[in-house]
Design a protein around this ligand. Structure first.
Ligand code: LLP
Length: 421
């Protein structure tokens, strides 16, 4: 998190002091750094210099259109999983020719919209999906460009809720059945087979499972070519992990990942698609929240924040670690153990337990780090808490890129039927 530093004892995002933004926007809010997004994107895409690649940023990680536009201006494509994400990507100016459509449950309407837009590729995950896509394409007098997502049955060694490459997971087609399914796909008039797709999970910190999966992809490409298919593209998904804990070992650098890619699929003569999400956005964002009360029970000290599990769900959902930093740098003395919790009426609304912290008081600002990916996108309005605003910083400027809705706007979405007195 190179662009999140203390200057004169105050946390800055690039050259923007956090308290100034908090003053203007209110808390909680998400804050992203343009320089970090840019750096992550260029380090990732630069790792494949000389190769024919398309980096399709995984929109689900952080789908704010200002973030998407920032990445689009660097040449990014998009990996989308819904009609909504298609609309966002297009609105942000990402050309359809750089959009891949993933996901196990694409609906007919979503297929129609993506076909009409002219996306680069559909990553198809089941035979029924293949059949429906064929029908829709035939009906539109089009051919859908397709890669089949293969489930390589490898253990990605990550949190069970975000591992996707084992045979018991709902994702992809069993790699052992792939040749048969490709043969059936080739006979469908609305389907144009172009590639093979794989994605084995997220927050991967070990390259070996990725290597195992890519080897399976390379083997399959050779077999499919023997079977007469014209395979011109492989999509290797996303998944590269990021550091969350300051003392964690550094996850593999994109250069090491690129070496694995070169070794395994580099000689196939295929265009290679990547779908990185977390790697680009995760450490490019923080959530800023304010201490509402400090509650001492004798047994524990709770810092009750104005941010909650609805704003940042990862700790309650996956038990994940996020570093928490005071916005005003503490001197490092009078350290105590603090539980950082939100105001929602669930014990699960806890960001951290027994965290070392300097003295805190009501009104203090704290930053929950590494919150740029799977943060704002997973926010809800549970407890009728307005969706968390988002701010984008560039140098010494900031812009509110999603504003906080007021109660009137929230309630305007609901209505009372006329049979209720
Ligand atoms: N491609 C596909 C097909 C995916 O399913 C995903 C993530 C990605 C790419 C991007 O993966 P990344 O590079 O970001 O690891 N909410 C969870 C993470 C869910 C990941 C879902 N799929 C979390 O907060 O950890």
């Amino acid at each position: 998190m190179h662009h999140f530093n203390y200057v004169g004892g105050v946390l800055h995002v690039e050259d923007m002091p956090v308290p100034e933004m908090a003053e203007q926007v209110g808390t909680p809010f998400y804050c992203y750094s343009t320089a970090t997004l840019t750096r992550h994107f260029t380090v990732f895409s630069g790792a494949f210099d000389g190769m024919d690649t398309v980096v399709c940023y995984s929109v689900k990680a952080n789908s704010n259109i200002a973030v998407l536009r920032t990445l689009a201006s660097l040449g990014s494509g998009a990996d989308i999983v819904s009609g909504g994400e298609l609309a966002r990507a297009m609105k942000a100016g990402i050309p359809a020719s750089k959009i891949v459509f993933s996901g196990v449950g694409k609906t007919e309407d979503e297929m129609r919209a993506a076909l009409a837009a002219g996306v680069l590729q559909f990553n198809v995950e089941s035979e029924p999906e293949l059949e429906l896509l064929n029908q829709v394409a035939v009906d539109m007098v089009l051919e859908a460009p397709v890669a089949l997502r293969i489930n390589p049955d490898v253990d990605a060694k990550t949190h069970e809720k975000i591992a996707t490459g084992k045979s018991e997971n709902k994702f992809g087609l069993p790699w052992t059945q792939a040749r048969d399914i490709y043969a059936r796909a080739a006979a469908l008039p609305g389907i144009r087979i172009e590639g093979v797709d794989v994605h084995i999970g997220s927050q991967l910190t070990d390259l070996q499972p990725l290597e195992d999966a890519f080897v399976r992809v390379a083997e399959l490409v050779s077999l499919l070519r023997e079977d007469g298919h014209n395979i011109t593209r492989v999509d290797l998904g996303g998944g590269l992990g990021i550091p969350y804990h300051p003392e964690d070992p550094e996850p593999p650098h994109p250069d090491a990942y690129a070496d694995v890619v070169r070794r395994t699929v580099g000689d196939l003569g295929c265009q290679i698609v990547f779908e990185p999400g977390r790697m680009i956005a995760g450490n490019a964002g923080i959530m800023v929240t304010r201490v509402v009360y400090v509650k001492e029970t004798g047994e524990r000290t709770f810092a009750i924040l104005d941010g909650a599990m609805n704003d940042l769900a990862r700790p309650s959902l996956y038990g994940s670690y996020h570093h928490i930093q005071p916005v005003k740098e503490d001197a490092g003395d009078d350290m105590q153990l603090v539980d950082f919790v939100g105001p929602v009426c669930e014990t699960g609304d806890t960001f951290a337990t027994s965290r070392e912290s300097g003295p805190l008081q009501a009104g203090d600002l704290v930053a929950i780090m590494s919150a740029g990916a799977y943060g704002a996108v997973m926010a809800s309005s549970y407890n009728t808490r307005p969706l968390t605003p988002e701010v984008l910083v560039k140098d010494d400027q900031f812009a509110v890129v999603r504003r906080r809705p007021d109660y009137e706007e929230i309630l305007a979405q609901e209505s009372i039927p006329n049979w209720v007195d």
